[in-house]
Design a protein around this ligand. Sequence first.
Ligand code: SF4
Length: 398
Amino acid sequence: MSLQDTPRANRLHIGIFGKRNSGKSTLLNAITGQDIALVSEIKGTTTDPVYKAMEIHGLGPCVLIDTAGIDDEEKIGKLRVEKTKETLDKIDVALLVFDGDKDIEPEKQWIKLLKSKKIPIIPVLNKSDLLNDSESVSAYIKENTGFKPVVVSAKEKEGIPQIINSIIRHLPEDFDAQTITGKVVKEGDLVLLVMPQDIQAPKGRLILPQVQTIRELLDRKCPVVCVTTDMLETALKSLARPPAVIITDSQAFKKVYEIKPPQSKLTSFSILFAGYKGDIDYYVKSVQAIENLKENSKVLIAEACTHAPLEEDIGREKIPKLLRQRVGEGLTVEVVSGVDFPADLSPYDLIIHCGGCMFNRKYVLSRIERAKNQNIPMTNYGVVLAYLAGILDKVSLN
Ligand code: SF4
């Protein structure tokens, strides 16, 4: 990724699904205008999903995901299909590729699955260059699935603009509507950011939630002042007026709350990301589950980053320590990172997620959906830290 690139987590995720040899990889190459995916006449060439981040004219920054065939019944093929299914938690729009074969049972099953996940479907009839009568095949698909496909020839690069137009028409309504600082900050507000550059901060650079927040504030014409926690008082004294909003690292919540001017709103990066990537209402409701934790309870901490644990690590050390101080030393805390997230959440009494800045919103929402479906409370780092500091009702939520 170059410095000019949009982080993958902020891109529209488009999944390409279909039977083996239906031309999914050729379609990905045609849409991107590059030879990215390996194309072969041999069935099942694509094994693990292939992710390609790129800019598509008319759509902006996207991630295209090429997947293994949905009709692979062999033992290893079934594992590939499972991997393909895992991508459904991330994608915003699905391209379902038909190739003119009259047996469309696998595609019909897939439509059912995509509908159950509420993923917009764009059916594509590929290989029009090889079909004698693509109109009647298209009518057959419409009759049997209810969907009229976009007719294309990926090989001849025909019909690609029609696919892009269809994606634009099927974009989720709230896609791109979400902002980090949302309602908490107004255009032109003076905003002070408290960003401790402690042992957990990467040497020589800022972490992604801070970078993305600063960029958005600059776009919103906000004067931005950044300080470390120890310089907060000095910064407040040197400002001609109190900041309209203070955004702090959640770990400094209490200290910032104690010295902030009464008229300044207070929030944290993690709380803003709870609204940006997740479901702030569910997080705030779920944090009350802390009251019901007992020594024999089990808490799951889910962190999107996969870094090696650091001293004073917020997810692995600080939050477990604070919870054990409150509940008792016997409390079990398990930590998962990266894409690991259990399908069965029933063993847990509470899930605490990081801000999720490395994941796209769809993926974090899929995890919340899983927790909701199993009646497990799920919250996030910032909400927990504000709650444990006793100031959750004093902070501004998005
Ligand atoms: S993905 Fe999670 S742990 Fe990693 S930087 Fe973002 S909020 Fe922090």
